[in-house]
Design a binder for this molecule. Structure first.
Ligand SMILES: Cc1cc2nc3c(=O)[nH]c(=O)nc-3n(C[C@H](O)[C@H](O)[C@H](O)COP(=O)(O)OP(=O)(O)OC[C@H]3O[C@@H](n4cnc5c(N)ncnc54)[C@H](O)[C@@H]3O)c2cc1C
Length: 382
C-alpha cells in the first residue's frame, strides 16, 4: 500500500508550526542575521514548542517522534528562519547518537537539558587538515586511569561559541583508521578547552568556529559508544540528518518561490504583470517541480529510516543534490525580483548565503556521489 498522506498527529504539528513560523519567526529572520548574536529568544520559543526533543526518547523528556515528523518540522521552521533549523538538526543528531550509544547516566545528565533547550551540544568531527576524509582525524584521546586526556584542534564546529559541550571525535588507536575513533562528551567549561569564532558568509548567528583541546581531562564515563567504535555510529546518524538538511533547504527555497510568485504577479513591465511572460513563469514552474521532487525524496528517505530499511544512498541524494537545487532556485528567484532581489530589504540574498553552507556541511556533493556510486557499483569497484 502506498500512502503519502500525513497522519493526524503530523498534520496537526504541521498546522501548529505554520502558524508559529509566520507569527514568531519570519519577521525576525533578517534582524537576527544583522545582529549576528546567538538567537536566544527565538531558541527559547522553539524549545517551548518541544522542537528540540522531537527525536529524544520519552524517558529523557523528549517526544520520541518518528523521523518523518522531524522532517516536517524542520521544513516548516526553515520557511521562517533557516538558521533556527540548526537547533532541530543539532538536537536530532546528538539525541539520536547519544540515545543509541551513550550510557544511561550520560543520557540522563544531558538529553533532558538538550530537549528543554537548556543545553547545546556541538558535533566536533572536522579538523583543519581533514573534513571529507574524516577517518584521518588526528585529535588524540589517551587513557589515564579512569579518564581520557584529549589533545587536538577541531574546525568548522556549528554552534561552538554558543554550546555548553561537544561530542568530540578523537583517535584512540593511532593505527586503525576509521576503526580507531572514539567519541567523548566534553563539557566546554573543562580546563584546557578554548574556542574561536569564524566570520562566515551566512548563518552568522549560528556561531561556527574552532575548538582547541589542550590536555583536556574527561572521565571514561563520557565515552559515547564503544571504544574505537564511534566512526560507524556517526556515519549512521549522518544518514538521517542528511535528509533533514534536504528538507531544511527545501523549506527556505519554497518560501522564496512563493514570495516570488506573489511578486511577479504584481510587478508590471511593458503594460502587464511580468508573470505573463513565459520567461518568468517557466523558471517558476521548473523550480516548483524540482522542489516538489526533492521534498518527497527527502520525506521518503526519512520514512525508510522509520521502517529500519536501508537508506544510505537515498540520504546521499538528499544531501548531494537537494541543497544544489535549492541554491539554484533561490538564485533564480533573486533575479526574478529584479534589483530589489539584490538588496538587504528582502530576505532572498540572505537565504542564498545561508543555504550555501549546506552545500558543504555534512559532506559535499562530491562525497555524496561517491556514496551513491559505491551503492551502484559495489564499494570495491569505486
Ligand atoms: C555551514 C557549515 C557547518 C558545518 N558544521 C560542522 C559541524 O558542526 N561539525 C563538524 O565536524 N564539521 C562541520 N562542518 C564541516 C564540514 O563537514 C566539512 O567542511 C566538509 O565535510 C568538507 O570538508 P573540508 O571542508 O575539509 O573539505 P575537503 O575535504 O578539504 O574538500 C575540499 C574539496 O575537495 C573535494 N573532495 C575531497 N575529496 C574528494 C574526492 N575523493 N573526490 C572528489 N572530490 C573530493 C570536496 O568535495 C571539496 O569540494 C561544517 C561546514 C559548514 C560549511
Amino acid at each position: 500500500m502506498l500512502d503519502f498522506s500525513y497522519t493526524d498527529d503530523q498534520a496537526s504539528i504541521a498546522a501548529a508550526l505554520d502558524g508559529f513560523v509566520a507569527s514568531a519567526l519570519l519577521s525576525g529572520y533578517m534582524a537576527r542575521d544583522r545582529d549576528g548574536a546567538f538567537p536566544e529568544d527565538a531558541w527559547r520559543q522553539m524549545a517551548g514548542m518541544g522542537l528540540f526533543g522531537l527525536r529524544i526518547p520519552r524517558e529523557y523528556d523528549g517526544q520520541e517522534l518518528d523521523c518523518v515528523t522531524a522532517g516536517i518540522a524542520i521544513e516548516a521552521v526553515a520557511r521562517g528562519d533557516f538558521n533556527l533549523c540548526y537547533g532541530i538538526l543539532n538536537s536530532a543528531f546528538v539525541g539520536d547518537l547519544m540515545a543509541r550509544n551513550a550510557s544511561e547516566p550520560l543520557c540522563r545528565e544531558w538529553l533532558p537539558r538538550l530537549a528543554a533547550g537548556d543545553a547545546r551540544i556541538s558535533v566536533c568531527l572536522t579538523e583543519p587538515h581533514c573534513g571529507s576524509d574524516a577517518a584521518s582525524i588526528r585529535t588524540r584521546a589517551e587513557r589515564d586511569g579512569d579518564d581520557f586526556i584529549l589533545n587536538g584542534e577541531k574546525a568548522s564546529v556549528t554552534l561552538v561559541m554558543a554550546a555548553d559541550a561537544g561530542i568530540v571525535f578523537a583517535r584512540t588507536d593511532p593505527d586503525a583508521g576509521s576503526r580507531g575513533v572514539s567519541a567523548f562528551l566534553v563539557p566546554f567549561d573543562t580546563p584546557g578547552v578554548t574556542r574561536h569564532p569564524y566570520a562566515d558568509m551566512g548563518s552568522k548567528c549560528i556561531l561556527r568556529g574552532s575548538l582547541f583541546l589542550d590536555n583536556v581531562r574527561v572521565p571514561a564515563a563520557n565515552l559515547v559508544g564503544t571504544l574505537n567504535g564511534a566512526f560507524g555510529s556517526a556515519m549512521q546518524t549522518f544518514e538521517y540528518t542528511r535528509a533533514l538538511i534536504g528538507l531544511m533547504c527545501v523549506g527556505a527555497a519554497m518560501q522564496t518561490l512563493e514570495e516570488t510568485i506573489a511578486y511577479t504577479r504584481e510587478r508590471t513591465a511593458f503594460g502587464q504583470p511580468v508573470s505573463r511572460n513565459q520567461g518568468v513563469s517557466f523558471p517558476v514552474a521548473e523550480a516548483w517541480s524540482r522542489l516538489e521532487m526533492a521534498r518527497w525524496h527527502c520525506l521518503r528517505t526519512l520514512w525508510l529510516r522509520d521502517q529500519n530499511r536501508p537508506h544510505n544512498a537515498e540520504a546521499a541524494v538528499c544531501k548531494g543534490m537537494v541543497p544544489e537545487i535549492c541554491v539554484d532556485v533561490i538564485r533564480d528567484c533573486l533575479v526574478l525580483h529584479g534589483h530589489y532581489g539584490y538588496t538587504q530589504d528582502l530576505p532572498i540574498e540572505q537565504r542564498l548565503r545561508d543555504v550555501c553552507g549546506q552545500l558543504i556541511a555534512d559532506g559535499t556533493p562530491q562525497i555524496q556521489k561517491i556514496i551513491i556510486a559505491r551503492h551502484l557499483y559495489g564499494r570495491e569497484n569505486v
